[in-house]
Design a binder for this molecule. Structure first.
Ligand SMILES: C[S@@+](CC[C@H](N)C(=O)[O-])C[C@H]1O[C@@H](n2cnc3c(N)ncnc32)[C@H](O)[C@@H]1O
Length: 240
């Protein structure tokens, strides 16, 4: 039984079926993936795959063998629906990244795009490390804070987003090192926000509760309020 901690924000994302729900969206993912060697022999895991936009791209563009996992039942349902509709052979599982029911050392590449802050990042990184083959690559496009938060800010963000890991760039690097990752690299953020309009991807639920629209507004308010404080980094590293 997968234990899911309720988060109004994740419920909003799932009901709207937002694809590419990470900074930079699919266009950033596409740029970052260009630096990796991926082909039809690669086995790739997308943790916290949401509605499966990146997982679908990985199999259509590279013909890779792709697995996606997500904790949220609506995300899992929408990702499965996408793969069925597009006839893509992507396996989608409902699972927490903290305890994945898959064997050790089977993936060449693991991706996490705006996921680990919602989990216990230390436990999740150990799982990712376990699942990677030796020499396997990990790409994390993850949220960072640019300075330590005061108690009020921390409570405000944790209550709304249900974040479990609010980390600075330095904290992330420390955790990667502690887990055993090597060749830790931070990629430059694109200087200009890419135009994601053509890649916009929504899979709305048939009925959306009015409260969900309020959650969306509250999210945009928080984005403005924490501008310059909440940020993201593109990390890549290797299992030694
Ligand atoms: C901001 S969304 C990003 C979704 C997707 N990676 C994307 O970029 O569109 C965060 C995702 O992480 C999933 N998630 C949160 N905690 C998780 C956990 N412990 N294990 C697996 N997935 C989790 C959520 O259900 C949600 O789909």
């Amino acid at each position: 039984m997968v234990q899911i901690k309720s988060s109004k924000y994740l419920d909003f994302l799932s009901q709207f079926g937002v694809g590419g729900a990470h900074p930079g969206g699919l266009s950033l993912t596409m740029e970052v993936l260009k630096n990796e060697s991926i082909d039809e022999t690669s086995h790739v895991l997308d943790v916290g795959c949401g509605t499966g936009q990146t997982a679908a791209y990985l199999t259509s563009r590279y013909d890779a063998k792709v697995t996606g996992i997500d904790i949220h039942p609506i995300m899992v349902e929408k990702a499965k629906k996408r793969m069925k509709k597009d006839q893509l052979p992507v396996e989608i599982l409902q699972s927490s990244i903290e305890n994945v029911p898959l064997q050790d050392a089977q993936f060449d590449l693991v991706l996490s795009e705006s996921v680990l802050s919602f989990a216990n990042a230390s436990v999740a990184l150990k799982e990712i490390y376990r699942l990677l083959k030796s020499g396997g690559r990990f790409i994390a496009i993850e949220m960072t804070i640019n300075r330590p938060l005061d108690k009020t800010e921390e409570t405000d963000l944790q209550q709304f987003y249900e974040f479990q890991s609010l980390l600075t760039e330095k904290d992330w690097i420390h955790l990667f090192e502690q887990t055993g990752f090597q060749h830790i690299h931070i990629h430059p953020q694109p200087s200009q926000q890419q135009d994601n309009a053509v890649l916009e991807d929504y899979h709305f639920s048939e009925s959306i509760e009015p409260e969900t629209f309020e959650v969306m507004e509250q999210h945009f308010e928080k984005v403005l309020k924490y501008q310059g404080i909440l940020d993201y980094r593109i990390f890549t590293c290797t299992k030694g």
